[in-house]
Write a protein that binds this ligand. Structure first.
Ligand code: SF4
Ligand code: SF4
Length: 163
């Protein structure tokens, strides 16, 4: 009987110790969405298309990203560049470039397959929306413009700059 009381008291103190330790420790949770977690540099989130240092589109419409996509969610239609008014630095450019983010599994194979570092998956993870059409990303949604490392994001009906 007495040993049971001691055992109960001991377990109670152990439990209180755990509670007290967590009361004074740094929380592992954050107050999202007011506070946003910084993602690792290699995190594979939302896709973007890069431009080169002259402002031309890097994508040359080769479709290697599309061929390597395991779920066939990239649609590319290449076209010949007009030499007087080129869209990209190569002979060809992507007249149409679409990614279906609902089908994408964020494997990063498209980024690895691209010979010119045009398509990239970045740290942006806020992809929730009520409209399925939003998830069909077209060139205008994907091009990093006007400045590198600042992205136009249209999810949830907002247009905002994310550094
Ligand atoms: S991340 Fe993977 S699944 Fe998504 S578009 Fe690229 S290759 Fe396809
Ligand atoms: S993003 Fe890269 S791999 Fe895909 S079509 Fe453009 S240049 Fe080719």
């Amino acid at each position: 009987m007495i040993s049971a009381v001691f055992s109960g008291a001991k377990n109670l103190l152990i439990g209180l110790g755990v509670t007290f330790r967590n009361l004074v420790s740094k929380p592992v949770t954050i107050c999202y969405p007011e506070v946003k977690r910084e993602m690792p540099a290699r995190y594979r989130g939302r896709h973007f298309l890069n431009r080169d240092e002259n402002g031309l589109e890097r994508c040359i419409g080769c479709s290697l990203c599309s061929v390597n996509c395991p779920v066939s969610c990239i649609h590319v239609v290449g076209a010949e560049n007009d030499p007087k008014n080129p869209v990209s630095a190569g002979e060809r450019y992507a007249a149409t470039y679409e990614i279906n983010l609902l089908r994408c599994i964020y494997c990063g194979y498209c980024e690895e397959a691209c010979p010119v570092d045009a398509v990239v998956l970045r740290e942006h993870y806020e992809l929730a929306d009520y409209d399925r059409g939003t998830y069909i990303m077209e060139k205008d949604d994907l091009l990093v413009y006007p400045e590198p490392n600042k992205f136009r994001v249209n999810f949830l009906g907002n247009t905002k700059i994310v550094k």
